[in-house]
Structures are given as structure tokens and as C-alpha cells.
Design a protein around this ligand. Structure first.
Ligand code: GDP
Length: 196
């Protein structure tokens, strides 16, 4: 898929105020600092579209972008940032839960995990929740340029094996690097496939 046009639309805290659900929507989420903004900018080919986080855990809104006037890209606030207060965490949970359950045009959630790390409980729990609610999702392993390809593959295999302990079917996954612009075609082709 070629990206001809990518525009920021709006930020909301309530699913009711999101744009009319007339186009398929793809949401990106992960732990703070996982590389979500960098990935969104790489996918859309727009350097400053999503704000890279100078203050992790700060953006607590649902951010809508419209791509090629045919689909919505949503940048969701990250989780797992230690310094966030309990109050903010509860607010985050409520907002995200509502969004994930009520957003009728949500075609797929991209759950980002850092390809350098072994499986993390916070990510596994989040995906467990998505799976149990029947919300479609796939995984993206980010920052693949940070280590050797062999090391990345080992971490991916460890993750998949961990998930196979509790899942009949493991989610589809992609490996990306915003730095080296790899994995872009695979992710965009996947979106195009669903949009068809
Ligand atoms: P966010 O908090 O998930 O939106 O993460 P950011 O996109 O702001 O990235 C967090 C940090 O990781 C920044 O310092 C980025 O430059 C860095 N980063 C993000 N993606 C990559 C990548 O693919 N490769 C490398 N080497 N660094 C990355």
C-alpha cells in the first residue's frame, strides 16, 4: 500500500466523541517507550505525525489519524509506565476498555512489544484480555535493529512459545525497525488485505 495522505484528525478521551465509525480502524498500543510513535511515523512516512514521547506516559488520549481517506489509524496511550499514578492508571484502563469494546469499526489492534525483551507479564496480560473479549489483534516486535537478527528471532520464538502455553492459536506477528524502516510493507499489506 502506498501512503498518499496521512492527517491528524482529533484526540479524545471518550469513544463517543471519536470520528463517525464509517471507515475501518487500526489501533496501535504497547508499553510506554516501545517505539509506537516512531513506528507510526515510519508506516505513514511522516516524521512528526505521532509525537515521539519526550515524557513517557504523558499522552493519555485516543488519537485519530486518517490515512489515504480510506482508513483510520489510532495511536492509543501506552501502558506499564511505572511513574504513572494509580488514578491515571485507572482512568487509562477505563478509557481503553471502553474504546476496545465499543469501537464498532475497529478492524485490528496492533500490540507492540520490544524485540529486545523476553515475554513480559504486562503485555501477555493485555493480549490475554483482548483474546478473551474476541478483539482481533496481531503483534509487532519493534526496534529489531537493536540486536542481531538471530537474537530477535530467538525472542520472537520465546514469546510465541510462551503464548502457546495458554493459547490454541497464536496471533500473527510482524518484526519492524523504525530506524531501518523494515517491516513496513508487511504491516501495510496486512492492513490492505483486511480493508479489501
Ligand atoms: P513510544 O513511547 O512508544 O511512542 O516510543 P517512541 O517512538 O517515542 O520511541 C522511544 C525511544 O525508542 C526513542 O528514543 C526512539 O528513538 C527509540 N526507537 C523507537 N523505535 C526504534 C527503532 O526501531 N530502532 C531504534 N534503534 N530505536 C527506536
Amino acid at each position: 500500500m502506498n501512503i498518499q495522505d496521512a492527517k491528524f484528525l482529533m484526540s479524545n478521551s471518550r469513544v463517543e466523541e471519536c470520528p463517525a465509525p464509517t471507515l475501518p480502524e487500526y489501533a496501535f498500543i504497547g508499553r510506554s517507550n516501545v517505539g509506537k510513535s516512531s513506528l507510526i511515523n515510519m508506516l505513514t512516512n511522516h516524521k512528526g505525525l505521532a509525537k515521539t514521547s519526550s515524557q513517557p506516559g504523558k499522552t493519555q488520549l485516543i488519537n485519530h489519524f486518517i490515512i489515504n481517506n480510506t482508513w483510520y489509524l489510532v495511536d492509543l496511550p501506552g501502558y506499564g509506565y511505572a511513574k504513572v499514578s494509580k488514578d491515571s492508571r485507572v482512568k487509562w484502563q477505563r478509557m481503553i476498555n471502553f474504546y476496545l469494546r465499543k469501537r464498532e469499526n475497529l478492524a485490528c489492534v496492533f500490540v507492540l512489544v520490544d524485540s529486545r525483551h523476553s515475554p513480559q507479564a504486562v503485555d501477555l496480560e493485555f493480549m490475554e484480555q483482548l483474546g478473551s473479549e474476541g478483539i482481533p489483534f496481531v503483534m509487532i516486535f519493534t526496534k529489531a535493529d537493536k540486536q542481531s537478527g538471530t537474537r530477535t528471532q530467538q525472542n520472537v520464538v520465546d514469546y510465541i512459545q510462551k503464548m502457546e502455553e495458554t493459547w490454541d492459536e497464536v496471533p500473527r506477528h510482524f518484526v519492524t525497525s523504525a530506524e531501518e524502516k523494515t517491516g513496513r510493507d508487511e504491516v501495510l499489506d496486512f492492513i490492505q488485505e483486511i480493508n479489501r
